[in-house]
Design a protein around this ligand. Structure first.
Ligand code: PLP
Length: 361
């Protein structure tokens, strides 16, 4: 059986070691005689799995004790609503930074629940830049500031953490969580859908400072109230048990790789290799994002002549490279190179791109 190099933006590649371990444990987890999929979420086996996963995530991200870690469902998209429902806490509005497609969706959803002040936008550069913080029109009385540290579609990544004073900082970290160390203490709330850089789809992780719990708007459904999930250890209802288990295996894998410091070094090297090659082709391949804000995780690129796109993609299959077609809203190509993409995948992609250029350039 041949594994391909899978550049999908999400659901995305998982570490082969994790998949093998899951296979070994599939029918009988640690002598329980059951698959994790078959276990009660309230049984001692699953509780052990859940607690280990949380402890490992806390260790990896150095999450302080005054933060809750929630294992939820609904994807990052449900967080677009949960954040304003829980964090507006009677305030008139929240600040949002608009740096692309996912920011726009978060803004659109938040408008259903309260006022939104778009404090900065990089729409004028087609979302190829991060607006410098000095230009932001922040509201000192905002309920929170929301931003998207890594725009998965545009391939735009913040290289700084916004300074917001006493206003809680909220981040949609879906496509860059665990790719490098983050100072959790700078955030009020972090959320991430699992299917980019954590594990299988169906799990959403929320890291929230305790003092922000308990202020949900009247009429908030129980399933959308962080405090209810926090008070019940993410088991108010049945959590996504199998996805939680796989995420736990990924956390163990990350620890063995040297933690987030170790991953950051690998990720930076992988991304640099690909961007350096793209930049060396005299415009045959092109990434539109300002250099200082290029994503380590999602690398969109176009070919000089879009008429070559189809042929480029056709040839990738034979080279064992899949899911390189760009997002439908952008066109061109996109290589998502999350933690689990081995460096050999970057090498194979660059080799293919070189061969293609030789033939068509
Ligand atoms: C994928 C993604 C989302 C949407 O995630 P769902 O889990 O499909 O709701 C939101 N924000 C970012 C940054 C993403 O990459």
């Amino acid at each position: 059986m041949a594994r391909v190099f899978n550049f999908s933006a999400g659901p995305a590649v998982l570490p082969e070691e994790v998949l093998n371990r899951a296979r070994e444990e599939m029918l009988d987890w640690h002598g329980s005689g059951m698959s994790v999929m078959e276990m009660s979420h309230r049984g001692k086996e699953f509780i052990a799995i859940a607690e280990k996963a949380e402890a490992d995530l806390r260790e990896l991200m150095q999450i302080p004790a005054n933060y809750k870690v929630l294992f939820l469902q609904g994807g990052a998209s449900a967080q677009f609503a949960m954040v304003p429902l829980n964090l507006l806490r009677g305030k008139k509005s929240a600040d949002y930074i608009n740096t692309g497609e996912w920011s726009k969706k978060a803004i659109k959803e938040a408008k259903k629940f309260g006022g939104v002040n778009v404090a900065a936008t990089s729409e004028a550069t087609s979302f190829t830049t991060v607006p410098p913080q000095a230009t932001w029109k922040l509201d000192p009385d905002a309920a929170y500031l929301h931003y998207t540290p890594n725009e998965t579609i545009g391939g735009l990544e913040f290289n700084f953490v916004p300074a917001t004073g006493n206003v809680p900082l909220v981040a949609d970290l879906s496509s860059t969580i665990l790719s490098r160390p983050v100072d959790v203490t700078k955030y009020g709330l972090i959320y991430a859908g699992a299917q980019k850089n954590i594990g299988p789809a169906g799990l959403t992780i929320v890291i929230v400072r305790e003092d922000l719990l308990g202020g949900a708007a009247a009429g908030t459904p129980s399933m959308f109230d962080y405090k209810i999930h926090a008070d019940n250890g993410s088991m108010y209802n049945t959590p996504p048990t199998y996805a939680w288990y796989i995420a736990g295996l990924v956390f163990e894998w990350l620890k063995a790789k040297g933690g987030l410091q170790g991953m950051a070094a690998i990720n930076e090297r992988k991304a640099r290799k690909l961007y350096d090659y793209i930049d060396s082709t005299g415009g045959f391949y092109k990434n539109p994002v300002e250099k200082a804000s290029r994503s380590w995780m999602n690398v969109p690129f176009t070919l000089k002549d879009a008429a070559l796109d189809e042929e480029f993609l056709k040839g990738t299959k034979g080279a064992g490279l899949v899911q390189l077609k760009g997002h439908r809203s952008v066109g061109g190509m996109r290589a998502s190179i999350y933690n689990a993409m081995p460096e050999a995948g970057i090498d194979a992609l660059v080799t293919y791109m070189k061969d293609f250029l030789q033939k068509k350039g």
